[in-house]
Design a protein around this ligand. Structure first.
Ligand code: IPM
Ligand code: MN
Length: 374
């Protein structure tokens, strides 16, 4: 049988991005050895790195590589040089925002679940978080992120407009209802409909849509209350649907439930393109130290495999990650006493994919520091 071929645009970006993406590539190599598929990586510059080299946070060449790909793997973006300078004319983040817009990636999907061996790592109590399994749908190419912006030249005032049209909202509403139908049939719209017109439009469209998904129970929460509910009782959530900025904030908050933001992947989906990225940022303090957790990037790669309909490969990859976590083969954020480097965790997961079904390979024997052939 001939191998299925895929073109992957790889954008490592800033900070720890190149390190965690390096581990995703390692894992993809293992996948292509075991499954009937081949990945052709094309690298592009983005973010601070691209500004330093070309002056542009999203060079045209990078955009073209992405448009011609079957999927984009993205690392991280951001650099303290720009964060601390409110007058900077170009910013690394503009590269990612433009890329999302140009590729039409309207839905950002952020799954969140807890691993039983990591429950104690969470700052929240076991009984509150056990069994949490949430899928967040965040609108990604409209709202206040993309509305008109202005700063008065004298610096006296500034504004950012939050704008939503029906066309911006309807596709992601259907996506979220469909996902809820496949899961526990509960959809929660997070908004601020007691204050914002845009939120009232979201509610109206959700209400109009519910008759097409009669099995799904739709409810609503104001975002301030939702922020509280997320840590008081995350078990009440199944699928969450929300606009761009609320989704940005709520998903970072939700990430503490699982014990580390370094675990959480995301998929950004459009009509024609798809991009996969960890939800963590560029974590500049950790750059080059080999301490960053590669799991979020590796699980984003699993979401990419699912998107490419390589479901067996995606399942295998997710099992490999679970195996690493359950056996405490993790980076320092998850175990301060005994931990492994970014590269060791990546290699362990890649090795598991290659050899877990081979009887001569002992994956339980990891106490000596690495998986060993016995
Ligand atoms: C995210 C990030 C981005 C966002 C930044 C880097 C522009 O925080 O993907 O959540 O705000 O969307
Ligand atoms: Mn964010």
């Amino acid at each position: 049988m001939s191998k299925r071929q895929f073109k992957i645009a790889v954008l490592p970006g800033d900070g720890i991005g190149p390190e965690v993406i390096g581990e995703s590539i390692k894992v993809l190599d293992a996948i292509s050895e075991v499954f009937q598929c081949e990945f052709h990586a094309e690298y592009g510059l983005i973010g601070a790195e691209a500004i330093f080299k070309t002056g542009d946070p999203l060079p045209e060449e990078t955009l073209q590589i992405c448009k011609n790909s079957d999927a984009v793997l993205f690392g991280a973006i951001g650099d303290p040089v720009f964060d601390n300078d409110p007058d900077a004319k170009v910013r690394p983040e503009q590269g990612l925002l433009k890329l999302r817009k140009e590729l039409g990636l309207f839905a950002n999907i952020r799954p969140l679940k807890t691993y039983s061996s990591l429950i104690e790592k969470s700052p929240l109590k076991r009984e509150i978080i056990e069994g949490t399994d949430i899928q967040i749908f965040r609108e990604l190419v409209s709202g206040i992120y993309f509305g008109e912006k202005f700063t008065d030249p004298e610096g006296a005032y500034a504004y950012d407009v939050c704008r939503y049209s029906r066309e911006d909202i309807i596709p992601i509403v259907h996506m979220a209802f469909k996902e809820a139908e496949k899961r526990n049939k509960k959809l929660t719209l997070i908004d601020k409909a007691n204050v914002l017109d845009t939120s009232r439009l979201w509610r109206k469209i959700c209400q109009e849509t519910t008759s097409q998904y009669p099995d799904v129970k739709l409810d609503y929460l104001f975002v301030d209350n939702a922020a509280m509910q997320m840590i008081l009782n995350p078990g009440q959530f199944d699928v969450i649907l929300t606009e761009n900025m609320f989704g940005d904030i709520i998903s970072d908050e939700a990430s503490v439930i699982g014990g580390s933001i370094g675990l959480l992947p995301s998929a950004s989906i459009g009509e024609e393109n798809a991009l996969f990225e960890p939800i963590h940022g560029s974590y500049p303090q950790a750059k080059g130290k080999g301490i960053a957790n590669p799991v979020a990037s590796i699980l984003s790669t699993a979401m990419m495999l699912d998107h490419l309909e390589l479901h067996d490969a995606a399942d295998k990859l997710k099992r490999a990650v679970e195996h690493a976590i359950e056996n405490k083969y993790v980076t320092v954020d998850l175990n301060a006493e005994q931990h492994y480097s970014t590269q060791e965790v990546g290699r362990f997961i890649a090795d598991y994919i290659r050899y877990s079904e081979k009887s001569y390979y002992n994956f339980e024997n990891i106490k000596i520091g690495k998986s060993t052939i016995v």
